[in-house]
Design a protein around this ligand. Structure first.
Ligand code: FAD
Length: 501
């Protein structure tokens, strides 16, 4: 008789139950375990806890009699309750801690991972013969494009170029407060959400768990049908505007042209192949421009797959990387998402987005939140934990490379060729934050000194020896010599301490 198959909370789409030689047995009874220990371990954003529980319970409701849904303190306990000591299969968990746990449980048979374009063996092919210290996303992405025939015309990239980033880095349209696109998909809550909210309230009241962030309506799909509707709506109505303003920020339009698909993708409700396939079709049928479609395919088939492979390739020690020796703790106002305590308009706006929704797009994560942390030397592991807890789409595998590598340069440049941080001029160019901000992006000292501008120079100065050896940073390091007011900048930065800017 078929072995029971265990579905984890980020394995909720149909591709995790389809039988196969290296998959679940045909007709396998399914098991899902809701473990309170997971929610107790970390102080999650309430919207994230809500989304994950809602998605699991919706999946269980769909599967009906086929699933045994168990509430338990721990996974170990839950499995025992569900299947006793029978053998159970599970698709490879997405994180190292979860994989170690699955392997440590008696009777659990771990099958290959599902839900990615590139599997581990394919990646090993790509790795062969490469310098392991220089595994660049761009090379990997081109290989994925060829391997999967994505946006390819014969052996050539569609349109003749691999990389259309240059067209996708526009500042926001002058004077616009919003992009005025058709709004993104919004789910309607149902009685399952009501029940989830009731449980969260009860646990909070009992002191069993505690959350950060505000409770608001659920903004991300919790079902396969909802995820498909979100994907369709995005590709049909919003994809044409995805490209040019991909890196731009508008205070009153947090989503802009972004897809909001990371949450359903990371819950396993969507498969990346269907996302890029649908986007490519929009271009082939003349409904969306190539630059935007290439940008979107690059994010999913490039960045997302690359980050996934880097997570496993980098090894367990990666999470403790701290090449810049940054040890400062995260200040309370940041931990608590206290946007109202912050004067700098970019940081307060973005922190408020996180507080209210558990989501911001890539550039606020990288250049505002991550950039500020990097400049102040906050501990990269503590920052990773903060991102993991505060974002609806945060999972160990995607968070570690993005925070430790891409955002904090703690891996000494394994993922990026230079640290990503900038002074206020970049934020000013790419957003509408600075116009009405108390601080001035071009001022380094005094009351109106922009904390990002001053912080940038303090960062470059602190790491000048290391950065001088990086050809992409040599110029700013040389620029330090021309800053007559540098001593005053450094002094003011030291005085600011870790108070809200
Ligand atoms: P879009 O802009 O519409 O992009 C489409 C899709 O591309 C996303 O849904 C996502 O699946 C994928 N993608 C794009 N960039 C990346 C990337 N760098 N890594 C992985 N996938 C990517 N993404 C997460 O899914 N979970 C995280 O926990 C996460 N943490 C991040 C932390 C930091 C510090 C930074 C700089 C980036 C992080 N990202 C993370 C990547 C990226 O910011 C989000 O995927 C994206 O903002 C999600 O919004 P969207 O779905 O509208 O994305």
């Amino acid at each position: 008789s078929p072995r029971p198959h265990w579905l984890l909370g980020d394995q909720l789409g149909p591709h995790f139950t389809a039988p196969g030689p290296e998959g679940p047995d045909a007709g396998a009874p399914l098991v899902m375990i809701e473990s309170l220990a997971v929610l107790r371990r970390r102080r999650f954003h309430r919207a994230k806890a809500h989304l994950v529980l809602s998605a699991m319970r919706h999946r269980a409701a769909e599967l009906g009699d086929r699933v045994r849904y168990v509430r338990a303190g721990t996974y170990r306990e839950g499995l025992r309750k569900a299947v006793g000591d029978a053998e159970v299969t599970v698709c490879r968990p997405s994180s190292r801690p979860a994989l170690a746990l699955a392997r440590s449980l008696p009777g659990v048979r771990v099958l290959p991972a599902r839900g990615y374009l590139v599997d581990r063996e394919d990646f090993a092919d790509w790795l062969a013969g490469r310098d392991g210290r220089r595994l660049r996303m761009e090379d990997f992405y081109r290989w994925v494009r060829v391997r999967h025939g994505l946006l390819m015309d014969g052996g050539e990239p569609a349109g003749g170029r691999w990389n259309l980033d240059r067209e996708n880095r526009e500042p926001p349209p002058g004077g616009a407060r919003a992009l005025e696109l058709p709004p993104p998909y919004r789910p309607a809550e149902d009685e399952i959400d009501e029940r989830v909210r009731h449980d969260l309230d009860r646990w909070e009241r009992q002191g069993t768990v505690s959350f950060t962030g505000r409770d608001g309506p659920r903004r991300f799909p919790a079902t396969r049908a909802g995820a498909l509707a979100a994907l369709r709506r995005f590709t049909a109505l919003r994809l044409p505007a995805f490209g040019p303003w991909e890196d731009a920020m508008l205070a009153a339009d947090p989503v802009m042209g972004h897809s909001l698909l990371s949450a359903p993708l990371n819950l396993g409700l969507l498969h990346p192949a269907e996302c890029v396939g649908r986007a490519e079709r929009e271009w082939r049928e003349g409904r969306a421009p190539l630059a935007g479609v290439e940008g979107f395919v690059r994010q999913i088939a490039g960045w997302r797959e690359y980050v996934h492979q880097m997570y496993w390739h980098a090894g367990e020690e990666y999470r403790h990387s701290n090449a810049l020796g940054h040890r400062a703790p995260l200040p309370g106002w940041f931990q608590e998402l206290d946007a109202d305590a912050v004067t700098a308009r970019c940081l307060s706006t973005v922190l408020a987005q996180v507080r209210d929704t558990g989501w911001t797009h890539h550039i606020p994560r990288l250049m505002v939140l991550g950039g500020y942390a990097l400049q102040r030397g906050w501990d990269p592991a503590a920052l990773t934990d903060w991102f993991h807890r505060s974002f609806v789409d945060g999972y160990d595998w995607v968070m570690l490379p993005n925070v430790v590598g891409m955002s904090q340069y703690a891996d000494d440049g394994r993922m990026t060729t230079k640290p990503y941080t900038s002074g206020g001029a970049y934020i000013h160019r790419m957003s509408d934050f600075c116009g009405s901000c108390f601080y001035r992006p071009d001022v380094r000292v005094g009351e109106r000194a922009c904390p990002f501008t001053a912080g940038y120079w303090a960062f470059v100065h602190r790491h000048r020896e290391r950065l001088a050896r990086n050809h992409r940073m040599a110029r700013p390091v040389a620029g330090l010599r021309r800053l007559r007011d540098l001593p005053a900048v450094l002094e003011a930065e030291a005085e600011r301490g870790d108070g809200p800017p």
